[in-house]
Ligand binder design. Structure first.
Ligand code: SF4
Ligand code: SF4
Length: 347
């Protein structure tokens, strides 16, 4: 598979990366086999996070014996402070079984509060710089769900890698963040290239992103057939046809009115409802084992009935989402999904 230079780093990455979330759903032997088969297909770039339960551990086992220099590994820490960040990094190194990680990212810098915390004295960014100096990390990066904050972070000149949601439906990054990354020589990882599981047409989704030569989509896959299809698209790229552009337009219309960008501009909700998490239920269900999704999300979902329909959130949402209605709809989806768990567990 074609390799591209990742921003201005000296990393040569495959045109597509593998995202580390869905392997949480697989047993260890299944996950190990999947990662190894993905590597056999020519993918050399794997992106995970210390928060993705046992994802790092499974990847570590899969890459044991693979020459380190042939791989590009990326992971992330959600820590705000330096000490916890460095603890997370050491844990990532241990789980992955490596001496260094190519790209270590401040995970999900999507709010001003987190932004300020990571850059505070003794904040996570200090830890990241220390790790680069110590050779434990080659390049500093971050991920975010907020395009404006990501633009600010890119402009600091402190990062070699940016990761933002970008797909044919969620195009907020497209006008400014995507060209800016190119201009500044910052490697761009397209998070959620398949819409976090919402887009099932890999051909449209991947070919849309392949139009940008400096972008690396990192689809989360859990079956080798999915990656084979994507690799085929990467190895034999063809432009989108007129009818495919029309299809994308109609997908945007169909899904766009319910698409939460997870920017959290709607917060705070006076009732403490985590709106973006509730509106991402389908994506969680698609990407996580149900038991894990239950532990992670059920408390959040159970707050939905306390919505007073004050619509404060609606007035703040730049995408005009009908939030109270969508909260109820997502709660119904959630309760329906929970029926697959033991009866009685759903409340
Ligand atoms: S409408 Fe509901 S979710 Fe939105 S701010 Fe009011 S209580 Fe919170
Ligand atoms: S509901 Fe609107 S404001 Fe809130 S996170 Fe989603 S897109 Fe952003």
């Amino acid at each position: 598979m074609e390799r591209i230079r990742f921003g201005r780093t000296d990393l040569k990455v495959s045109r597509i990366a593998m995202g580390g979330i869905p392997i949480m759903r697989l047993s260890k032997p299944e996950a190990v086999r999947l990662v190894q088969r993905v590597l056999d297909l020519g993918v050399n770039f794997i992106d995970t996070a210390t928060g993705y339960t046992d994802s790092e551990e499974k990847i570590g086992e899969a890459i044991r014996g693979v020459p380190r220099e042939t791989l590009v590994l990326a992971s992330k820490s959600p820590a705000d402070d330096r000490t916890t960040f460095l603890q997370h990094l050491d844990r990532s190194l241990k789980r992955l079984g490596v001496d260094y990680i190519d790209i270590y990212q401040l995970h999900n810098v999507s709010t001003r509060k987190r932004y300020d915390a990571v850059f505070a004295p003794d904040g996570a960014f200090e830890g990241l710089m220390e790790a680069v100096k110590a050779g434990k990390v080659r390049y500093p990066g971050f991920s975010s769900h907020s395009v404006p904050l990501a633009i600010e972070l890119m402009k600091t000149g402190k990062f070699s890698s940016v990761q933002l949601p970008f797909n044919c439906i969620d195009t907020e990054a497209e006008d400014v963040a995507v060209p800016l990354a190119k201009e500044l020589g910052i490697g761009f990882i397209a998070m959620k290239p398949m819409g976090g599981g919402m887009l099932d047409n890999a051909s449209l989704a991947i070919r849309y992103l392949l139009r940008y030569e400096h972008i690396v989509p990192d689809p989360g896959i859990e079956r080798i057939e999915e990656m084979k299809e994507i690799v085929q698209l990467v190895n034999h790229p063809t432009p989108l046809t007129e009818s495919e552009w029309k299809k994308i337009e109609s997908l945007r219309k169909e899904v766009g009115s319910e698409w939460c960008h997870r920017c959290d501009y709607c917060q705070p909700c006076p009732e403490g409802i985590q709106i973006s998490s509730v509106l991402s239920v389908k994506s969680f269900l698609k990407r996580m084992p149900l038991e894990r999704a239950y532990q992670f999300l059920n408390e959040t979902m159970r707050k939905v009935p306390s919505c007073t329909e004050c619509r404060t959130c609606v007035s703040r949402c730049p995408y005009d989402l009908s939030i109270p209605e969508l909260l109820k709809k997502n709660l119904r989806i959630w309760d329906e999904a929970l029926k697959a768990l033991n009866p009685g567990v759903n409340t």
